[in-house]
Every structure is written in structure tokens, then in C-alpha cells.
Design a protein around this ligand. Structure first.
Ligand SMILES: Nc1ncnc2c1ncn2[C@@H]1O[C@H](COP(=O)(O)OP(=O)(O)OP(=O)(O)O)[C@@H](O)[C@H]1O
Length: 272
């Protein structure tokens, strides 16, 4: 892959993300409650929590869909050291793949156009989009990187869930983002599709981008992820090294039921 896909975290560079005392209220309910965390460039992190714990809200706050409560004491919300971002620039910095996005794309769009549409933050390619030869070669490069050039002319609505998920990763990579954010990425993938998906993510992790994985499923945690943030009831419940955090005791407390954590070949699984 070209040098553009080989970003590396640099010692003195600003943190990818810095949050202090971030509280988000929606419909009168605190969905994030004084969240403080810092993620450095190049770090691979999994944010794990039960349904409704606030994981997606955290990502929506990061992407400026939700705003922190103004005036909270000591409030900090910085991305790459900056407090103010134009949403379009933020989308270039953070590549996002979510189940919602996959539902949006379940239509008759050519895979190559799906990848290209990442340049315009649109759902497809329209008459007012000026696609340059450079954009096309970037899209081809990404298809190669993800080992899916054979899908280029297929329609999105005819792909398997696993194939479509990889195409959406391609779309998210088009701007060469600093971080790839994956919200429940392996939902509804069968064993083989999950394996191919993980291999793609591992390859991207190896290229130096931040992988921020949001999930309630321990099996999604690829070996490259070294830090785990547990979220419960809108708060950071625990934050630390993977080996220290993914224990029977911590997961039992997180999910409020007895959980046994099994580790095999660098992957984890929770049994209840
Ligand atoms: N726009 C909103 N208005 C009202 N409540 C909301 C809104 N967005 C999220 N919530 C509530 O905030 C809580 C956290 O939701 P969120 O989607 O962040 O959880 P989650 O951890 O991602 O859950 P899941 O694993 O089920 O996707 C839930 O109780 C949800 O109903």
C-alpha cells in the first residue's frame, strides 16, 4: 500500500481525542455523564458496554451529531488538539463504519461509486459530483488494499453482509483518515465473513491508523487492540490495558451477571 495508508502515531503530536467532563443530555436524560478520556494517535482501543450504555452516543458526540452540555465545569472536547471543527473536515479525519450506514446503502449503487462517494460524504455519486482520475485511482487502490477489486462493478444491494461491510470500510478509508471508527462492526456476520472482516481491520491497524472499535461483543476485539474502555450507564466504568480489564470480575460487573472470559489465540469471548 502507498505511504498515505501508513500514518504512524507520533510522540509529540496532539491526542486524537481528549474529553473531560463531557455530559450529553437528550430528551431530558443524561446519556453521557461526565465522561473523561484521552486517546492518543495510533492507539487501538475498544469501547465495550451493554446495550444502551452510551457507546453510540459517545461516537455521535465525537462526530458532532450530539453536543456536550455547555458550561459544565472543566469541559474539554478536543480532536487532534482542536476544539472547533468543520463537520466536513472531521469526516475526513474520522472514517466511520456502522450498521446504520450499511442499511442506508442497501440499494442499487455500484460498489466503485460507493467507495468514491466517501469523497463527497454522500450516499451515491450524482451529476454535480466531479470525479477526477486521481479519485478513481485512489478508489482502485483501496479496493486492492482490501482485496475486493472483484466487487467493483457489483451492486451494493446484491452483496452479502460481509462483502458490503468491507466496501463501507473502503468508503471510510477514501480520505486516508487518522482513525477508523467501527460501531458494532461484526453484527450479523457469519464465521467466515467475520474472519475476513477482522483480517481487513488488522491490516488497517498495522498501517498505523487508530482503530476505535465500539461493541458489546468481546469477539470483535482484534489482537492489535491493547486498551479497553468499559462504558456503563453513560459513564466510563473502567479504562486500562486489555489484559487487566477483560476479566471475569470486571465483565460480570459491567453486564450485571456472572460472566466467564475465555482467551484463545489472542481473541476473547464472554460466556454467561
Ligand atoms: N437522541 C436520543 N434521544 C433520547 N434518548 C437517546 C438518544 N440517543 C440515545 N438515547 C438513549 O441513550 C442511551 C444510550 O444509547 P446508545 O445508543 O448510546 O447506547 P449503546 O451503548 O450504543 O447501545 P446499543 O449497544 O444498544 O447500540 C439509551 O438509553 C438511548 O435510549
Amino acid at each position: 500500500m502507498d505511504e498515505k495508508l501508513k500514518n504512524t502515531g507520533i510522540g509529540n503530536s496532539p491526542s486524537l481525542l481528549e474529553m473531560k467532563n463531557v455530559t450529553v443530555v437528550r430528551s431530558g436524560k443524561k446519556i453521557l455523564d461526565s465522561v473523561s478520556l484521552k486517546i492518543e494517535q495510533g492507539e487501538h482501543v475498544a469501547i465495550i458496554g451493554p446495550n444502551g450504555s452510551g457507546k453510540s452516543s459517545l461516537i455521535k458526540t465525537l462526530t458532532k451529531e450530539y453536543y456536550p452540555l455547555a458550561g459544565a465545569e472543566g469541559l474539554v472536547m478536543k480532536i487532534m488538539g482542536k476544539e472547533t471543527w468543520h463537520v466536513f473536515d472531521l469526516r475526513k479525519l474520522l472514517g466511520i463504519v456502522s450498521g446504520d450506514l450499511q442499511q442506508t446503502y442497501c440499494r442499487q449503487i455500484r460498489v466503485f461509486d460507493v467507495i468514491l462517494s466517501g469523497f463527497f460524504s454522500s450516499i451515491g455519486i450524482y451529476y454535480n459530483h466531479k470525479v477526477t482520475p486521481e479519485m478513481e485511482s485512489r478508489a482502485e487502490e483501496i479496493l486492492e488494499f482490501l482485496e475486493i477489486p472483484h466487487l467493483a462493478e457489483r451492486l451494493m444491494c446484491e452483496l452479502s453482509t460481509g462483502e458490503a461491510r468491507r466496501v463501507l470500510i473502503g468508503r471510510a478509508l477514501i480520505h486516508d483518515p487518522q482513525a477508523l471508527i467501527l460501531d458494532e462492526p461484526a453484527n450479523s456476520l457469519d464465521l467466515k465473513a467475520m474472519h475476513s472482516f477482522r483480517e481487513s481491520i488488522r491490516k488497517i491497524a498495522g498501517s498505523g491508523k487508530n482503530i476505535i472499535l465500539v461493541t458489546h461483543n468481546l469477539q470483535d476485539v482484534i489482537p492489535e487492540i491493547s486498551r479497553i474502555i468499559l462504558i456503563k450507564e453513560g459513564k466510563v466504568f473502567m479504562d486500562g490495558k486489555k489484559e487487566d480489564i477483560l476479566t471475569d470480575k470486571n465483565l460480570s460487573e459491567l453486564f450485571s451477571l456472572p460472566v466467564e472470559v475465555i482467551r484463545k489465540n489472542g481473541y476473547y469471548q464472554a460466556c454467561s
